[in-house]
Design a protein around this ligand. Sequence first.
Ligand code: 13P
Ligand code: SF4
Length: 312
Amino acid sequence: MENLVEAIKQLKKEKNALIMGHYYQRAEIQDVADYIGDSLALAQQAARTEADVIVMCGVHFMGETAKVLCPEKKVLVPDMQAGCSLADSCPADAFGQFIKEHPGYTVLSYVNTTAAVKALTDVVVTSSNARQIVESFPREEKIIFGPDRNLGSYINAVTGRNMLLWNGACHVHEQFSVEKIAALKEQHPEALVLAHPECKQAVLAQADVVGSTAALLKYAIAHPEKTYIVATESGILHEMRKRCPQTNFIPAPPSTGAHACNECNYMRLNTLEKLYQCLKDETPEITVDPAIAAKAVKPIQRMLEISAKLAL
Ligand code: 13P
Ligand code: SF4
């Protein structure tokens, strides 16, 4: 493994490449990445990098977002099969039809969507900025929010809005077990529950802190004396434990089921070997239809501009 890490570092230098990794990546990928972050931070970093090649260790829509922002750069992903159940729950043609049926609505889409869905969108949001972006619109604004029904319901609840929601969800965040979290809280009465807003309402109701992966990490760093039950993809525990070595982080368990797991099977497709191979061969490469990219870039840029103004 050490050799592989050295070989990756060497190739990276030769090719002026930037390796970006989401917090849900395998630990060894997070450790070799130049930059790790949540979806918002990865988009912000892609927009400002001077590297010639971006290797996006995350899932396909993250690579697409980087490519849309940097069409002149080569954007590589270690595994082209690294998709996203949430993005899959919102096909562009069906979403386009939904928008047509509701004229006069402003369309906000979560970044976990294809470039084709972003091309139908007015402003892209991530879990780090969704609340603030919604609140930047007047109260009477009619808003369609897609595709995550859990994030949308959560924002409706905290802002008092009544956005029209697309009925999509992430299979990992939907699986956390309310009963098992309650049992863990009994065993660890001192523990606080950190939860991602992609979780179901019943899980969020048990949470002490609700936020994006970056927000949950930031909270834990600011309050390292606590014990935390963490209801999001368990990859984030790697950075949490690195940053707060004295803190007890307990991954929230999923409900029982044949495929129950708090790891995202798509995120985990990326391995160190595939990262090495992709840097060496410069493939698989993300491509986006230029006509779609020309439309998709606008709502992503709007998100980056609003986030910059709000210092997010
Ligand atoms: P954030 O990176 O915005 O926390 O979203 C989590 C996620 O599910 C990414 O796929
Ligand atoms: Fe998509 Fe969920 Fe995996 Fe994130 S954790 S990439 S939302 S399937």
